[in-house]
Write a protein that binds this ligand. Structure first.
Ligand SMILES: Cc1ncc(COP(=O)(O)O)c(C=O)c1O
Ligand SMILES: [Zn+2]
Length: 395
């Protein structure tokens, strides 16, 4: 057994989400395909959890790496960090009053390196890639993940290839180039970028960092769940609104909550998880409503909330399972509603949210109107990024 005092990783193995087949944790798993049941997601599993306590949190580390014992990197010298995570939870008092809610909070991810929560996933995945001896990475992206991969690869001295929709605002492209990445532009959405990645990576020259096709970005996003619990004194909010594209953050937080329940850090009463999508691209909503069997043939359009233009989320099954288990649901809002919420939050609270984050306020207002959220519940919005990167698209 690993002594928890040493603050070393408790990672034990990888496990298929669907059929539970186990895989060793020290091997390169590039496209996370289960040999037994096919196209499924492999999760990092940890051992001896009863021995891990809140004392294992490395409180001197003011980044997501303070939860090292519950993260998949074995050796701290492989950590590639730019100071990601440990973001604030702010109280939105004026907005709460305006909409008739007692307690409205936001976990504000805009202060992360490269301006979004994607830093968490990429810090983790690039660190693990370094540990596994990988030197070249590739990713399809709606924008933010590409910038984050580029920055962390620059820090690690690795090569990065970023494949992005042509219509993405210029700042997302420029940052990749400044960080030294190779940028490939595609006429289409992230699903078209994913096809280009498959073509470019036919010879498996690169580590494919596509959402949930490698098992480590999820573990980085999971740290949002640990931080929420720690910052809220181990009493989770009643409801979490999360802008859902590929769904990694939603699934990651849910994994964190369940790990913490298993370790006895929090009681088993977990928040309802609300996945917020956009009218232009709402595959999860359509599957949830029974309008399609799954998202495979869904066709989406571009939106101001670039990160939500994900028509075929690879993790659809896990997203829906999370919503069901948490007694939450998916919702959708329009681009016009997002712009108006973005302005309202900026004016009332002094926070310029990414459109993806701003979408949550509209969804919350709709939930209050339909009584699926009540006035005395504690609501947490997860603002996933900074609005500054989107300014050219706002008029
Ligand atoms: C700002 C922002 N919010 C939300 C998302 C969606 O994230 P997830 O893949 O975790 O659903 C993205 C993805 O690009 C994003 O950039
Ligand atoms: Zn399997």
């Amino acid at each position: 057994m690993i002594a928890s005092k040493e603050k070393i990783s408790h990672l034990s193995h990888l496990q298929c989400w669907q059929c539970h087949r186990c895989y060793p944790a020290d091997r390169v798993i590039s496209t996370a395909t289960c040999e037994k049941c096919g196209n499924n997601i492999l999760l990092n599993m940890y051992e001896n959890l009863s021995g891990v306590t809140q004392q294992d949190i490395d409180i001197k580390t003011r980044s997501m790496w303070r939860y090292f014992s519950m993260l998949p990197v074995f050796d701290k010298k492989n950590i590639v960090s730019l100071g990601e995570g440990f973001t604030p939870i702010l109280s939105l008092e004026r907005l709460a009053k305006n909409i008739g809610l007692e307690r409205l909070l936001v976990k504000d991810e805009s202060s992360n390196p490269t301006g979004s929560f994607k830093a968490r996933g990429m810090s983790m995945a690039v660190s693990k890639a370094k540990e596994l001896g990988i030197a070249r990475c590739i990713v399809p992206t709606a924008g933010n993940a590409g910038g984050a991969l580029s920055a962390y690869c620059a820090k690690a001295g690795m090569e990065a290839v970023v494949v992005m929709p042509e219509h993405t605002p210029a700042v997302f492209k420029k940052e990749c180039l400044l960080y030294g990445a190779k940028l490939v532009l595609v006429n289409g959405l992230i699903s078209d970028c994913a096809k280009r990645v498959a073509q470019l990576n036919q010879d498996n020259e690169y580590f494919d960092m596509s959402t949930l096709k490698e098992p480590y970005r999820l573990e980085g996003k999971k740290t949002m769940g640990y931080e929420i619990a720690e910052q809220m004194d181990w009493k989770l909010p009643d409801i979490i609104f999360y802008p859902t594209g590929g769904g990694t953050g939603l699934i990651g937080m849910w994994k964190a909550f369940n790990e913490m329940v298993e370790m006895g850090w929090i009681p088993p009463r977990l928040p309802r998880m609300i996945a917020v999508q956009v009218e232009n691209c709402k595959p999860i909503v359509e599957t949830w409503l029974g309008n399609q069997e799954n998202c495979k043939r869904y066709s989406g359009k571009a939106t101001i909330a670039n990160g939500l233009a994900v028509p075929h989320p690879f993790g659809e099954g896990m997203i829906i399972a999370t919503l069901k288990e948490s007694q939450g649901k998916p919702m959708s809002v329009s681009d016009e509603e997002i712009t108006s919420s973005l302005r309202e939050i900026a004016k009332e609270e002094g926070i310029l949210m990414a459109p993806e984050g701003a979408a949550l306020l509209t969804a919350l207002k709709k939930s209050l109107l339909e009584n699926s959220v009540s006035q005395n519940e504690t609501v947490l919005l997860l603002n996933t990024g900074s609005g500054y990167k989107y300014l050219e698209g706002l008029n």
